[in-house]
Design a protein. Structure first.
Length: 245
């Protein structure tokens, strides 16, 4: 193979990996029925709606610059799943961020457990349908076998970079979130990244962990704004709020 052919083949593989990640995330969103990937209108929701945010870190807050600090969880279930978030819109958003991090991994068993923890009790079996395909798809995306042991340094990271919400009732919050999904087979491998936007309704269930947010299968794709770069006028005009790191 000539050097020109090698360059073309490398470029083809890079394009294929990029398309594969988009496909994996789109399939996850479709199975979870949370949104239409990278599309949707701005909707009429109020990103600042609901109870006035508290200034303490656990309840979450919105800075004078408009950045949202997602509150922390009160408990770490099984030593790896954050749960019991504040009964506020920011708490629902934090629960969504935790769910995405726990559900989009390279470990099918981990994903199955996440479905049981974060989904409404009545939809848990349907939520589990995405667990194995998502793990296998992410593995294939970064060049790993679909099953078997994972290299210690292989990872998937889901980082929230934008959020908006609408208060349906104090016990039902519609959340849209823009995240950066990054995956790699090792610390030395070139990470594969994709920014996606998706949404879900979250309901407060007093029967779950003494009161916690769980996600529903409601289709809220019309509430999810298009993707835009944080810090730009378009990002703000679409209704996104930046998420504080």
């Amino acid at each position: 193979m000539t050097s020109t052919q090698q360059i073309r083949e490398a470029a083809r593989r890079r394009r294929r990996r990029a398309r594969l990640l988009v496909g994996v995330v789109a399939a996850l969103a479709a199975v979870l029925v949370v949104s239409s990937l990278m599309s949707g209108s701005g909707g009429d929701g109020d990103a600042h709606g609901g109870p006035a945010p508290s200034s303490d870190g656990r309840s979450g807050s919105i800075s004078p610059q408009g950045a949202v600090t997602l509150p922390g969880a009160a408990e770490l279930l099984d030593e790896r799943f954050p749960v019991r978030f504040p009964h506020t819109p920011q708490g629902a958003a934090a629960a969504m961020a935790a769910m995405l991090n726990a559900s989009w991994t390279l470990d099918a068993d981990h994903n199955l457990r996440a479905a049981d923890i974060y989904a409404q009790p009545q939809i848990r079996e349907r939520a589990r349908e995405a667990a194995v395909p998502s793990a296998r798809g992410m593995r294939e995306h970064i060049g790993l076998p679909p099953d078997g042991p994972l290299p210690n340094e292989a990872y998937v990271r889901v980082t929230p970079i934008g959020v908006r919400w609408k208060v349906i009732t104090p016990d039902q919050i519609r959340v849209a979130m823009m995240v950066n999904v990054t995956a790699a087979a090792s610390a030395q491998a070139t990470p594969q990244s994709q920014v996606v936007a998706l949404g879900s309704d979250w309901v407060w269930d007093p029967s779950v962990r003494g009161g916690d947010w769980v996600w529903t299968l409601d289709d809220v794709s019309e509430f999810v704004p298009q993707i835009a770069d944080p810090g730009t006028q378009r990002f703000t005009s679409l209704g996104w709020l930046p998420v504080a790191s």
